[in-house]
Design a protein around this ligand. Sequence first.
Ligand SMILES: [Zn+2]
Length: 404
Amino acid sequence: MTTPTDRRWVSLVLAAGKGTRMNSDLAKVLHEIDGRSLLGHVLDTAASLHLSRMIVVVGHQAEEVRRRHTPDGVEFAMQQPQLGTGHAVMVAAPLLETEPPDADCLVLYGDVPLLRASTLHELMERHRLDGNGVTVLTAEVDDPKGYGRIIRDARGDFRCITEDRDLDPAQRGIREINSGIYAFQLAPLLRALGSLRADNSQKEYYLTDALTVIRDAGLPVGVFLLGDPQEISGINTPAQLADAAAVLARRRADPAEGCLACALLSREDLVLARYPGAVIALAPRPYNAGHLWIVPEQHLVSWESLSPAAAEHLLSLAAEAERWLEEAYHPQATNLGYNSGTAGEHVVVQVVPRWTGDANFMPLFAGVNILPETPEGTRRHILEARDRLAAGGRDAAPETGGTP
Ligand SMILES: [Zn+2]
């Protein structure tokens, strides 16, 4: 899997909590699933994104957490005492301040092991694509009681996060909750830390307040709504630990479960053409006009696991997709790439047009919104181009085409 851009990303993993409801002396993040600590699972997910740095904020049993995770190649920041999520970022600030001004920071939690790498990748892409100062990962849940809610304005844009106890009666019905997981532009985040105040009943510094500070500074605050709320479940009790273990076991048994590429195969609105064993489709998320995926029907997670004939077939379809893009958009070039499968992702060949001046190389595709088109518009545009090419006597017409 490519990183969304060549700019730097740092992950900050909050792992200082004690976890009193685990009924155990062990720090919460040291509880294990499958012989790997909860924090270890989170670090594995973050590592698969090839971020520039991973920083873990430790507190309870800090020495043991450090000892166990030093082999993960992470840096540590000490949070003692623990004065909230905003405070956790403050103690890591000296490490973060060495980053260049255009770096971004992904905030994760050592006790949220079910997050998928593909979800974080999409969050990071969306954050960069929209040029947000911060992008918050949210989910809609049936029982939002106890969670901070996402308050949107009349246009549906982010207004603020309001804690459960502070909701007015009209807001109690809001089911969209804050996961606490964010992609921040690092410089505005660091600037916002100085504005955080512990003037609440808990006497803590809340990272949620940084979102309001960043919004008030005039930067966009994005909201990325997650499809599967289970991914953001935190582990607070032995029962939740057992549930999470079961989820991870199911994922191992069926790696295609929740696979974005597998789901794309049946998206008639996005598939452009079907061939034996593979489809050419519009990139699903984040949607970007002209960005195409060539998706093998089989859920294979490494290019090397494809047969030589299958690999050649995919590349010939990529060449076909390039011809469509050239006919549809007349780009100066097209970029071709495929995900490496390091995150257990379905192998997909990606094709995206580029123009001089867009500095758009494959890892940067999401940073450039090529054309202000809807998926329907792009679909029509490309299928018309395909049909023009076919009428011109080109071969390699699809077996069954989508209807424009
Ligand atoms: Zn798949």
